[in-house]
Write a protein that binds this ligand. Sequence first.
Ligand code: CA
Length: 240
Amino acid sequence: MTSRTRPGAPRTQNRPRVLVVEDERDIADLIKHTLERGGDIDVEIAYSGDAALKAAAERPPEVILLDLNLPAVSGLEVCRLLRSRPATRHVPIIMLTARSTESDRVVGLDAGADDYVTKPFSTRELAARVRAVLRRRRDEPEAPAVYRGQHLMADFDAVNITVDGESIRLTRREFELLRYLVDNRNRVLSRDRLLERVWGYERFIETRSVDVHVGRLRSKLKAAGRQIETVVGLGYRFVE
Ligand code: CA
């Protein structure tokens, strides 16, 4: 098991590690160069899905950048396998994809990827995405992992959400959204803040996506959905 760095922990000798899974050497080298330029990230490259699975099992990284288009074991399969294994279940995965159709993106996200970047990508955008994921992990509050309300019981470590005793299935994004709202209960959170903290970047998607996700989350939470208030002109607030 890897130890996760928490707020206040020294990072000087413990730079976050990013595993880049890409069979095209030029692209892999470009990504490595881009991410290591700042001097605060270490990049390891795996040139195949098999090598990636082995490397991630031996020493789980903080983030995995995974190319969809790999020979032999596909990126999607690698993603599913990483998600099925306890050591890598929670490692954020950013999928690199040459395809840009909506269905390809959905397939990637359904396989357990947290985010995707479409090739050809700008190195600046790629670096911004990776840094946002690392920042989000670092800033994760050490809040109690279980919330119990009148209707809602949310065990965030066990990924178990129930409303009035009935188990609720959430997508990964809905789960993260709920966790962030609950961790910051009774505070108004702007759409921009939610985008930055739950999605991890500010400019690449529309703030309206937040409304869509909040709407879906609310309806899934049934009676507890009322705890997510819309604060007109400002954003959302999870109330006790
Ligand atoms: Ca490739």
